[in-house]
Design a protein around this ligand. Sequence first.
Ligand SMILES: C[S@@+](CC[C@H](N)C(=O)[O-])C[C@H]1O[C@@H](n2cnc3c(N)ncnc32)[C@H](O)[C@@H]1O
Length: 264
Amino acid sequence: MNAFEDLITYIESETSFASSYYDESYLDRRISARMRRTKSEDYGAYFDLLKRDEDERAELLDTLSVNVTSFFRDEKVWHALREVVQDLAAENRSVDIWSAACADGREPYSLAMLALDAGLSPRSVDILATDIDENALDRARQGVYQSTRTTDLDDQLSFLEDPHEYVAQDGDQITLAKQVKDLISFERHDLITGDPKSGFDLVLCRNVCIYLDSEYKHPILETVSESLRPGGYLVLGQTETIPPDIKARFEAADPRLRIYRLIE
Ligand SMILES: C[S@@+](CC[C@H](N)C(=O)[O-])C[C@H]1O[C@@H](n2cnc3c(N)ncnc32)[C@H](O)[C@@H]1O
């Protein structure tokens, strides 16, 4: 085995990062960035550093996990989703939603705020939010977010007319209100090896397949499709597509926005 492979094997066994799902060039770019940062001369030197330095293991894990997200990411989709949740609420007694690959929680919190804002009763909405990354889930459960030089939370929340109904603001920091948090349960789930769920009215699986090796796209989309009830909606990321055999099970609700509906 060469030094790069040793390093990947170590990451796979000693950290919670599932490196085998990612393609090699992606892993190499990210690891090389940490090597430059720590002035490690080669993979071997970086491997030695990683074994003795817990902080560097945490830094590497952070660099490898792509948790990029935002509240109401791709605003146009959320305008369409407002109608989807209202239609679902008119049809059903309760609306069950799954935010698959929820990262640090901003997507499921957006869903919860959207549902309340669209006039749904809190008792009629249930949101499951899952991710493979325990650290991201810990941050999600806290429901506390900070504006930074690159993240303007006011801007992200401006989709809502009055975000202060749903968040408490303290300087640059916001905390999600209890009524919003109460709609969501968080749990770890791996979309590649985990079982499908069942009976969901709406599943969001956005911006996860784009980062993974292409062979995993099919199993992930099978998992989320099987988790929908007939007539349920699937939403993908704006640059993502469904393989033709899975697409045949759906009718296009709004294909431009990557919203599909499972044929009844
Ligand atoms: C870029 S974020 C997308 C967050 C959100 N869905 C959005 O669109 O803003 C990708 C997330 O996918 C998660 N992820 C990667 N592989 C996964 C897998 N096999 N199962 C579940 N989640 C996974 C990562 O941990 C990360 O939080």
